[in-house]
Design a protein around this ligand. Structure first.
Ligand SMILES: NC(=O)c1ccc[n+]([C@@H]2O[C@H](COP(=O)([O-])OP(=O)(O)OC[C@H]3O[C@@H](n4cnc5c(N)ncnc54)[C@H](OP(=O)(O)O)[C@@H]3O)[C@@H](O)[C@H]2O)c1
Ligand SMILES: C[C@@H]1O[C@H](OP(=O)(O)OP(=O)(O)OC[C@H]2O[C@@H](n3cnc4c(=O)[nH]c(N)nc43)[C@H](O)[C@@H]2O)[C@@H](O)[C@H](O)[C@@H]1O
Length: 313
């Protein structure tokens, strides 16, 4: 990417989009195009085509999506399918129509079959049944991967896809119902400590295992792949290691300093038992993560405390 190129980060206010913006600013890029969802609803095909025709970005990072944790995915099933298909179809097709030089599409590790062998290799895609709680979101993400591949093979577009593991970091969603597990635990343990509550409720059995990556590492990997990867196949982005949800709870409880009890509400879903990424391809391409989980949690709790008025509403 040339330093004077115009870059469109779709979803620039989100956790991933804002991390990409920080990364690109640090690398010396200065020409950005941004629109919030209220300024440009990416589900609106006409509006998206007009936007691309007017702004003509050179490079696109597609980090806008309907995103949420296990309960949000399972509750808003129609929106997770419809919104995500619309957003990605409109952005990818408009990028093709206006000659965007390169586009990066963000998928997710939930594209893999629920009971796939571990770690999850890229070639396990479409080899089995998906986890039911996030099937609509996963179907949309699989369609996004296939759309990038099809525009590459039919039209020669340099569109790539990456599949990140579970992410966390600044500008995450801390909503107690719709967030992912890591921000939910930070907020629950923090509020329980401050309010002197004897017990915190967490979801499921605590036995599922998850892999977590800091959003700054993800942004670094995306930038790296924009520079060094132009192939049809997608690339997993992860740290190559996972923890049980119970272990995660203990790590976060320690950082927050909460000493009460944890109650596991088994009426809530566990989801996929394990989704550990195989990162052989990513490492072979020359990229490896830097932020370890304990350090990342400490940094994220600090950020939460600094922005608590906006996060915990
Ligand atoms: N979070 C994770 O653990 C995780 C893991 C793997 C992959 N990913 C992927 O990474 C990408 C970014 O996720 P994130 O965690 O950064 O999500 P996020 O914090 O919720 O941000 C999503 C962004 O999408 C924008 N958006 C949503 N609907 C839109 C619409 N109809 N029109 C225009 N913009 C819209 C929002 O814009 P406004 O702020 O302007 O409303 C928001 O800034 C997604 O593709 C997600 O699937 C995330
Ligand atoms: C990255 C995303 O991951 C999502 O799956 P997934 O890892 O299960 O999403 P999470 O919502 O992060 O949940 C991970 C695990 O943490 C447990 N958990 C425990 N306490 C809590 C809590 O307070 N809040 C939340 N949210 N979980 C909690 C939850 O039951 C599940 O086993 C997918 O639904 C999306 O499609 C996407 O792929």
């Amino acid at each position: 990417m040339e330093k004077n190129a115009t870059i469109y980060i779709a979803g620039h206010r989100g956790m991933v989009g804002s991390a990409l913006h920080r990364k690109l600013l640090a690398e010396g890029f200065s020409r950005f195009v941004f629109r919030t969802s209220s300024e440009l609803d990416l589900r609106d095909q006409v509006a998206v085509r007009d936007f691309f025709a007017t702004e003509r970005p050179d490079y696109v990072f597609l980090a806008a999506a309907k995103v949420g944790g296990i309960v949000a995915n399972n509750t808003y099933r129609a929106e997770f399918l419809y919104d995500n298909l619309q957003i990605q179809n409109n952005v990818i097709d408009s990028a093709y129509r206006t000659g965007v030089k390169k586009l990066l599409f963000l998928g997710s590790s939930c594209i893999y079959p629920k009971m796939a062998p571990q770690p999850l290799r890229e070639d396990y895609l479409l080899t089995g049944t998906l986890e039911p709680t996030n099937e609509p979101y996963a179907i949309a993400k699989i369609a996004g991967i296939k759309l990038c591949e099809a525009y590459r093979s039919q039209y020669g577009c340099d569109f790539i896809s990456v599949m990140p593991t579970n992410l966390y970091g600044p500008n995450d969603n801390y909503d107690l119902t719709n967030s992912h597990v890591l921000p939910a635990m930070i907020r629950k343990f923090h509020e329980a400590r401050v309010e002197g509550k004897p017990r915190v409720e967490l979801w499921g059995t605590g036995t599922p295992r998850r892999e977590f990556m800091h959003a700054d590492d993800l942004a670094d990997a995306c930038y790296y792949l924009m520079q060094h990867y132009s192939e049809p196949g997608f690339v997993n982005i992860g740290v190559g290691d996972d923890v049980s949800i119970r272990t995660l709870a203990e790590l976060i409880r320690g950082v927050v300093g909460y000493e009460g009890e944890v109650h596991w509400n088994t009426d809530k879903p566990d989801g996929t038992p394990r989704k550990l990424m195989d990162v052989t391809k990513l490492h072979a391409l020359g990229w490896k993560h830097r932020v370890e989980l304990d350090e990342g949690i400490r940094r994220t709790y600090q950020d939460f405390l600094e922005k608590i008025a906006t996060y915990a509403v």
